[in-house]
Design a protein around this ligand. Structure first.
Ligand code: SAM
Length: 232
């Protein structure tokens, strides 16, 4: 029985990969890379591709639809888990790669649940990665929290009312998945006087990285999926 690894590859900059992640990625038999759209490249795979020796290692790209419809997601999770288990049971080690950290809003969390339930004998190791939040704060030179301050992370898709409550109770509010609710978020930040304490970061760690601190630029921007905001 070979080991299954979930490897956090960081936000996209290959230099933000840990030495442990690199060692494991060079050693496994199979690398499983998630994509949400079959016509788009896997960001995680792009980050680590140069480490993989395709004469010796197999790369499998698996599609997980970008939807909250569990009827479509569950079969994709189940299929990926079965593929991982079949390889591990055949003695082939597998690394499921994930952007940022594997236990932080990652598809691997669902796979982990299925694997532990249906293949409890499989050895699983998690290799933590640098999350997009830490990388974004670093690029913006923005301390996340200090002293007794409190921070909350909200996927904006949870709903604007959660953001309103968070702004009233926490010194730092990190908003992930801002794209679908962007106009409402901008309006809220304006209404609560956060124009000078909001930072927008897109595709941190990649050549397409954008760090915006000027609110008029933030408001005029049209974000892509890999975007977050830090509001103090
Ligand atoms: C499903 S979560 C994945 C989080 C990831 N596991 C992590 O540790 O950063 C996806 C959200 O994370 C944020 N994100 C991930 N990578 C990013 C990047 N390179 N730049 C900016 N935001 C990013 C965006 O808010 C995106 O909508």
């Amino acid at each position: 029985m070979a080991t299954v690894y979930a490897v956090g590859v960081g936000p996209g900059d290959p230099e933000l990969l840990t030495r442990k992640a690199e060692r494991i990625l060079r050693s496994v038999d199979v690398v499983l890379a998630p994509v949400s759209n079959p016509n788009e490249a896997s960001v995680a795979l792009g980050t680590i591709r140069e480490l993989i020796d395709e004469d010796r290692q197999e790369i499998v790209v698996h599609q997980f639809p970008m939807t909250s419809d569990r009827a479509r997601l569950i079969p994709a999770w189940q299929e990926a888990a079965a593929l991982i288990a079949a390889n591990a049971e055949a003695g082939r080690s597998v690394a499921f790669i994930t952007i940022g950290d594997p236990l932080f809003y990652s598809t691997f969390i669902y796979l982990l649940r299925i694997l532990r339930e249906q293949w409890p004998q499989l050895p699983i190791e998690i290799i933590p990665g640098i999350s997009s939040i830490n990388a974004a704060a670093a690029e913006a030179l923005l301390p996340l929290v200090e002293g007794d301050e409190k921070m909350v992370v909200i996927p904006a898709t949870a709903g604007i009312e959660h953001i309103i409550t968070a702004l009233a109770h926490y010194e730092t509010v990190v908003l992930l998945k801002v794209k679908p609710l962007y106009p409402e978020i901008i309006e809220l930040l304006r209404a609560t006087g956060r124009e000078h304490s909001s930072v927008f970061v897109e595709r941190v760690g990649s050549p397409r990285q954008k760090v915006l601190t000027d609110f008029s630029q933030i408001a005029a921007h049209s974000p892509d999926y890999l975007s977050l905001m830090i509001v103090k």
